[in-house]
Design a protein around this ligand. Structure first.
Ligand SMILES: [Zn+2]
Length: 210
């Protein structure tokens, strides 16, 4: 058997000719004093308003700038930061407004693990502690074995300790109490979250009415 031929059939490791994407194999990247492109500014939250000034979403500065460059949105409020392109400096937006009206369905949030954790703000609904998403599970308040459904009203964020303690029982049987009654993700929930995200930005207030 020709060993050289066999070796040639083996998939060869890909050679990196260009830059290694950020976040991939950081150890393989030679350490150079490259200034970071101020990721905190580009990822800062921006309030998105509909054409009618109704708050509809929160996005990141990076995405907001793209919407502005595309002519889809314009800045209503700006922060004191600037970003520089080759030709000009742009004030970083704090609030943007869509230039044409977008219809937002009343219940647009899908029932998903991500959205349940978002609604419950990564807080275990039994012990009230905040956890990273990886340390939370979803608990059926009325267990599935008792006919409990997978619904907004019956699913809550739950830490593993509380989940184990509760087991296949109702909160009453397990002697633990729900922090609050789980509700569907409504417009009200969205507003609450927007206020929470924007609590440090004075310029959001007049659009969120608080
Ligand atoms: Zn807990």
């Amino acid at each position: 058997m020709d060993n050289r031929h066999a070796a040639g059939l083996r998939p060869r490791p890909k050679l990196h000719t260009g830059a290694v994407p950020a976040g991939l194999a950081p150890d393989a990247v030679p350490k150079r004093p490259v200034p970071a492109p101020r990721p905190s500014v580009m990822q800062a939250p921006v309030l998105v308003l509909n054409a009618t000034f109704e708050p509809i979403n929160v996005t990141a500065v990076r995405r907001a700038l793209v919407l502005m460059l595309k002519g889809v949105a314009q800045a209503e409020e700006t922060s004191h930061h600037e970003v520089h392109s080759t030709s000009r400096a742009v004030q970083v937006p704090s609030v943007i407004r869509l230039l044409s009206y977008r219809h937002i369905p009343q219940q647009s949030r899908a029932l998903s693990r991500k959205n349940i954790l978002l609604r419950d703000r990564n807080t275990c609904q039994f012990c009230g502690s905040v956890f990273p998403a990886s340390d939370l599970t979803l608990d059926h308040v009325l267990p599935r074995s008792r006919g409990g459904r997978s619904s907004w009203e019956n699913l809550v964020a739950c830490c593993y300790t509380c989940n184990n303690r509760k087991g296949d029982r109702t909160p009453e049987e397990a002697g633990i109490k729900l922090q609050r009654r789980p509700r569907p993700f409504t417009l009200h929930t969205s507003r609450q979250l927007m206020r929470l995200i924007g609590h440090r930005d004075e310029k959001w207030r007049k659009y969120l009415f608080y």
